[in-house]
Design a protein around this ligand. Structure first.
Ligand code: 6PG
Length: 490
């Protein structure tokens, strides 16, 4: 008798793939798994899983693609959990010959949305369906409930929805943190912005930590306690929670592990892509950019050590009222976080308009309430802001956040100015504050930039006393010509 067909296939048994397979099985789905066999590198992976964590479960293991594919019920649903990049393309090419029309490939990796745009078109041109699904939550989320952001071939959604929603985290109101995002690479685009925000949150928390340590002279346990306290209020979030735990964690040698870790941060690329995409869309994403660049600069450890010899700095922990100052730090962290989310959501809104994706920003905020790395209570406030004003042009200008910023501004300014005076780097706090000042400035010195462009390159300018869209050129020196450069903007 034929073996029972599986409901879903999963390719790639690294930690995320393994955990997703176990999560699916625990929700009652029959799962087939496949992993390539590479002599000396990936040997016996399937056997180890089937006879280890997968033992006795409704999981069938395969080491050959044809058998794996034919073990799946139609239309086949195959989730790929392999490294982003060429590996996905190679795998698709290996799968195509064995698929039937209507079969669905799901890429659950951190793929670049441009690649997903292309892959959706390619799969559809062959009669298949393709879904780029951002999956956030790390190892733990994959096993117990992740936040999942699927986009691509829309008619695949009803087929995969029951499986993906069953393995998703549930928000406090019970809603699964998995909803259809939109066409083409929109799911991976949303995941990329999630990751950019993750970079921003982490940098902001790091700056709060550093300010407490360097300006207030708090020790690790004291700082752990401050983060634990913040985690009970408006900043309640996974990243604040783990920061509190990290700060009090001791190494096996009895020392605080945080003090033993080298200050050189790595990155796998999604934060950088977020900034590149924001630039392509002409949208400011300065806070996340500062977080990405700060990781890069942190990696230049030797250069920093050299530079420090020339400019040793002059920092003094000087605040008597440490309790009060913690409130200023809270304000700087919370206000800067508001700026970061306002910038990130504005990029989503612009992408939605430009690519006709019809993204539901309120729903995206809801998807991030549980399961993912940036999960926080604050996302409820963003969801509510969008529910009240779906077409809001900037989150900071919605009534709730306007009032929040008014409360926070004083402490935020104190922290940024004190840090500048004490020669303490807080690039994300200050980037956020400067964005806020620029955003709320009716007048900026961009008139001078326009004049300079026109002076040296006849790039033209608009005038305050003429209608927008009408461009002028000045013969600044008396010996320049009247020929103008084009007025196009990228
Ligand atoms: C998630 C994370 C995850 C990401 C890692 C590493 O949502 O679960 O965003 O997808 O890959 O956090 O990112 P970096 O190496 O770039 O810090």
């Amino acid at each position: 008798m034929d073996q029972k067909k599986s409901n879903i296939g999963l390719i790639g048994l690294a930690v995320m793939g393994e955990n997703l397979a176990l999560n699916m099985e625990s929700k009652g789905w029959e799962v087939s798994v496949y992993n390539r066999t590479v002599p000396g590198i990936e040997e016996g992976v399937v056997d180890r899983f089937i006879n280890g964590r997968g033992k006795g479960l409704h999981i069938q293991g395969y080491t050959a693609i044809p058998e794996f594919v034919s073990s799946l019920s139609l239309p086949r649903k195959i989730m790929m959990m392999v490294r982003a990049g060429e590996a996905v393309d190679e795998l698709m090419e290996q799968l195509f010959p064995y698929l039937d029309a209507g079969d669905i490939l799901i890429d659950g990796g951190n793929s670049n949305c441009e690649d997903t745009n292309r892959r959706v078109a390619l799969a559809e041109s062959k009669g298949f369906r393709f879904v780029g699904a951002g999956v956030s939550g790390g190892e733990e989320g994959a096993l117990n409930g992740a936040s999942i952001m699927p986009g691509g071939s829309a008619d695949a959604w009803p087929e995969i929805k029951p499986i993906l929603q069953s393995i998703a985290a549930k928000a406090p109101d019970g809603t699964p943190c998995c909803e259809w995002i939109g066409p083409a690479g929109s799911g991976h685009f949303v995941k990329m912005i999630h990751n950019g925000i993750e970079y921003g949150d982490m940098q902001l928390i790091a700056e709060a930590y550093w300010s407490m340590k360097q300006l207030l002279g708090l020790d690790n346990d004291e700082m752990s306690a401050v983060f634990a306290r913040w985690n009970k209020g408006k900043l309640r979030s996974y990243l604040i929670e783990i920061t509190s735990s990290i700060l009090s964690h001791k190494d096996s040698n009895g020392k605080y592990l945080i003090d033993e870790i080298l200050d050189a941060a790595g990155q796998k690329g999604t934060g950088k892509w977020a900034v590149i995409n924001a630039m392509e869309l002409n949208m400011p994403l300065g806070l996340i950019a500062s977080a990405v660049f700060e990781r890069s600069l942190s990696g230049q450890k030797e250069l920093r050590e050299k530079a420090h010899q020339y400019f040793p700095g002059d920092q003094q922990a000087s605040h008597d009222n440490k309790e009060e100052y913690q409130e200023h730090l809270f304000a700087a962290l919370y206000a800067s976080k508001l700026v970061s989310y306002a910038q990130g959501f504005a990029v989503l809104q612009q992408a939605s308009t430009q690519f006709s994706w019809k993204l539901d920003l309120g729903q995206i905020a809801k998807l991030w309430r549980a399961g993912c790395i940036i999960r926080s209570v604050f996302l409820n406030d963003i969801a509510s802001a969008y529910a009240a004003e779906p077409a809001s042009m900037n989150l900071l200008l919605t009534p709730y956040f306007r009032e929040e910023i008014k409360e926070l501004l004083k402490g935020w300014k104190i922290v940024v100015s004190d840090a500048a005076r004490e020669e303490l780097p807080v690039p994300a706090f200050s980037s956020a504050l400067n964005y806020f000042y620029s955003l709320t400035s009716q007048d900026l010195p961009a008139n001078l930039v326009q004049a300079q462009r026109d002076y040296f390159g006849a790039h033209t300018f608009e005038r305050r006393d003429a209608a927008r869209g009408k461009f002028f050129h000045e013969n600044w020196t008396g010996h320049g010509g009247d020929t103008q450069s084009g007025t196009y903007n990228v």
